[in-house]
Ligand binder design. Structure first.
Ligand SMILES: Nc1nc2c(c(=O)[nH]1)N[C@H]1C(S)=C(S)[C@@H](COP(=O)(O)O)O[C@H]1N2
Ligand SMILES: [Mo]
Length: 539
């Protein structure tokens, strides 16, 4: 082998920069792959991208988070993860370039990111162990080591030129070279090994969810002791483009902070009920709950982040255990009967906390620990194995998914997750109505156009819906039959449409006689208000 094969002439500054950037990318890739594998041994959620993403969600100012939910909806988490990966890629490229000149600084930079990831992972609300920092730290050590090695290949000194090597020009003998072969071998090996390690980590992380999937497949929901009354025939209008009366599970909106949907094994799941005024603490298993008398109810769930006219509302048939009965068994009394706790704090496996008024849960409404949704066990994304549902309250103060702990406390003593982030302590759902058809900027033909949609005022009920064309008088819409006052109600209005541009506006009146306010407010702190309007052109 000639000397030429061991060291080549040092490449120009640009080539060198590019090789450095490539080294940085490989270092980042190997770090993430290592972290993925280690996270399989610790916890899938402890991986750096998930941890940093989760920490970012926790710290995102409320207006930005609210905006992200509105703009990206359920895709907000994908956007966030892609954003983190994009930033990491840029930083890896930069550290790689830096490492060409300052070898140790490049590696130190990679280690610093390991520290950031580790701090993020251990700082998440669901983190209970310092081991959550391991994936980030291990990944950073591997990445830093690889970068150090690769940067070294880029600045290898030529071996001393043997005396008999007379052919070489003198100036070349003094020049630093680079270990081209060493670089290519190391880079290729690192890329291949990282891919293998990363895929193995992925597979192991996936396998961890298998027990949860198996436990969900094994669930047979028993017949409820108290079935929901059949939905009246006239509750579902046969009008194209109106939201279906029952929202299918796959179309049901999803709002939560979980970057990885928790996959909880129902066979090892437990729920603990404890706290102020609890005279008999209780820990129940999923099987325990299945043996209790179940109620089945249609309840419309709504998110406080839903803007006027927005999509974060859905109606499902829930089956579960009446929460008030369970609390009563624990000795809990509502404040109106002298109970010391006025706030029920539900805690999920992913560290989310939601606070609900004990009074509301125990006032006779169908608040429940839901086990089933539309005839099947809860989908993982909607809280399997158990979630709370409380008619009349926005999801963020009631609908804890993946619940594992209920603590009776007071509003004075504890602020749950969203309350710490500018949202209201108490949040009954505001009366709202939405035009589903025609869509904004539709171009219907003149003649009769069916204007239709849904209106909701959970636990009060909808009594009237009115439609206004431009600045004309309010006209009564036809209301579909009411299922229960906890469900939304469809409505329709046959409009004699005339040519030109028109604004259609809707408003609803609930059973207390209160008409939806015109006053527009944003979603923070306790839900948007105002009338929904749609602009169309008839031609
Ligand atoms: N564990 C957990 N539960 C949660 C949330 C969450 O972020 N984490 N979000 C709440 C909010 S804001 C709403 S609106 C409902 C949404 O329930 P869905 O995703 O099943 O529609 O879940 C609630 N329960
Ligand atoms: Mo929500």
């Amino acid at each position: 082998m000639s000397e030429e094969a061991k060291t080549s002439r040092r490449p120009g500054a640009w080539r060198l920069g590019a090789l450095g950037a490539l080294s940085g990318l490989l270092a980042g890739y190997s770090a993430l792959a290592t972290a993925e594998l280690v996270s399989a041994a610790v916890r899938a959620e402890s991986g750096p991208v998930i941890a940093v993403g989760g920490a970012a969600i926790d710290r995102t100012p409320t207006p930005v988070k609210d905006w992200a939910i509105r703009e990206f909806g359920t895709d907000d988490k994908l956007v966030l993860q892609l954003g983190i990966l994009a930033v990491l890629t840029l930083l890896a490229l930069a550290l790689g370039v830096l490492a060409v000149r300052y070898r140790s600084a490049g590696s130190a930079g990679v280690l610093l990111f390991g520290v950031v990831g580790g701090v993020a992972a251990t700082g998440r609300p669901d983190s209970t162990s310092i081991t959550d920092a391991l994936p980030s730290v291990a990944g950073a050590v591997v990445g830093a080591g690889l970068l150090y090695w690769l940067a070294g290949r880029l600045r290898a000194r030529r071996h001393p030129v043997p005396a008999h090597d007379h052919e070489r020009p003198a100036h070349d003998q003094a020049r630093p070279g680079w270990d081209r072969r060493g670089f290519i071998v190391a880079a290729t090996a690192a890329a291949a090994a990282s891919t293998g390690v990363g895929l193995l980590g992925r597979t192991l992380n996936g396998a961890r969810g298998q027990n949860a999937i198996a436990s969900r497949n094994q669930v047979t929901l028993p017949a409820p002791a108290s079935a929901a009354a059949p939905v009246p025939k006239g509750a579902a209008l046969r009008i194209k483009d109106v939201s279906p009366f029952m929202t299918p599970n796959q179309d049901f909106y999803r709002v939560d902070t979980a970057l990885v949907v928790p996959r909880v094994d129902a066979t090892s799941w437990r729920l603990r009920i404890h706290g102020k005024g609890v005279t008999r603490e209780m820990t129940v298993s999923f099987a325990d709950l299945l043996r209790m008398p179940l109620i089945e109810r249609n309840i419309t769930l709504a998110c406080v982040s839903n803007e006027v006219g927005g999509p974060y509302v859905g109606n499902a048939r829930w089956i579960g255990v009446r929460l008030a009965d369970l609390l009563a068994q624990c000795g809990v009394k509502p404040p109106s009967k002298g109970g010391p706790a006025d706030q029920l704090v539900a805690r999920s496996v992913d560290g989310m906390t939601l606070g609900t008024p004990v009074e509301d849960v125990m006032d006779g409404r169908d608040a429940m620990l839901a086990l089933g949704m539309n005839g099947e066990p809860l989908p993982f994304a909607h809280g399997f194995p158990v979630r709370m549902v409380v008619p009349g309250l926005y999801g963020f103060v009631s609908a804890c998914k993946w619940i594992q702990d209920i603590e009776l406390t007071t509003f004075d003593d504890y602020d749950p997750y969203w309350v710490k982030r500018d949202w209201a302590r108490k949040a009954p759902i505001k009366t709202q109505s939405r035009i589903d058809t025609p869509k904004p900027f539709a171009r219907p033909a003149p003649g009769t156009v069916m204007v239709a949609g849904v209106a909701w005022a959970q636990h009060r009920g909808i009594d009237r819906v009115e439609v206004r064309v431009d600045d004309g008088p309010w006209q009564q819409a036809d209301l579909a039959a009411e299922d229960t006052r906890d469900t939304w109600r469809q409505w329709s209005f046959p409009w004699k449409a005339t040519s030109g541009g028109h604004t259609l506006t809707v408003r609803a009146t609930d059973r207390t006689g209160e008409t939806q306010t015109q006053k527009r407010t944003g979603t923070v702190p306790d839900g948007a208000s105002g009338w929904h309007s749609v602009v169309v052109t008839v031609d």
